[in-house]
Design a binder for this molecule. Sequence first.
Ligand SMILES: [Zn+2]
Ligand SMILES: [Zn+2]
Length: 351
Amino acid sequence: MFQFFSYYNSFFFFLFFLPSLFPARILPADLFPADLSPNATWNNFVNFIDAGKGANFSGMSELKKYFHRFGYLQVPDNLVDNFTDVFDDNLEYAVVNYQKNLGLTVTGKLDAGTVTQIISPRCGVSDATKTMDNIHVTKHYAYFYGQPRWGRSAQTTLTYAFSGNHMIDYLSSSDVQDAFRRSFSRWSSVIPVNFLESDSYSTADIKIGFHKGDHGDGEPFDGVLGVLAHAFSPENGRLHLDEAETWAVDFKLSKSKVAVDLESVATHEIGHILGLAHSSVKDAIMYPSLSPRTKKVDLKIDDVEGIQALYGSNPDFSYSSLMESDLSSGRVIGNSFKWLTYLVLIVGFLL
Ligand SMILES: [Zn+2]
Ligand SMILES: [Zn+2]
């Protein structure tokens, strides 16, 4: 009996000190150290963690502008400056839609996980699609309004060129060209579309360049991290990368904490050029965010299904190789899931 109480005494003793053993919660600020923060505007959003409806927080109007920009708060553009700092019903609706669309836990609150996702570096293209109103039933790829695509012939060849005036000097032209060549070939291996590099920027179908700040297309870039790149839907062809990023083709050579993998971003933006909007599938190339120092270049089944529904399949394409890569990433997910299960079991046992 005595031993029983003794066991319980030590158990409560342990529980008493449990909070000091673990931090109260992991804040995005811890996940994104100061020198890794996306940019001043977005980084301020960490102050809104756990803010609930009705709360009035200085700067909340900036978060509303963010949701408006990425397609979650539909108001006419001329009313954006009228946003208040109050967490109102419209903001809650935007948060719910954001969480659903990006595969987060739907709480309608600015929980730490949601804010971490909000401040993550991402593509500048809006997440709004024609399926936005019923995203709870469409957890996959999406298209732009009207499902635009290039050409209508069975076999299409698109030319691409780099802007001579808008390149970066710390990567060689051939490194940039190689990264894009590999990115284009991933898409051409699954659909009957060929890509051909051209020297003529003015006549090329796809025009690629590194641009800084306001560069004349109404979608200004914002400096280090934040928005990384953007591209336009068919048949516009413009693909712009934020010149302010530390672009990398090999993380062994680029030690910067804010280095962004050029090939990963190129592959994503080419998806837009071809007509895919953002996907809700986290592993998909067309998911809107990408962490620094992360390489994510393989098309997933979701990307392939989306693009093939638009262009048809490349006759040489087979699902078997793709399935292998999807399954191997599944095994990684399986392992982390196992660890999570162990953690939940341990915490469950303790409590
Ligand atoms: Zn995008
Ligand atoms: Zn642009």
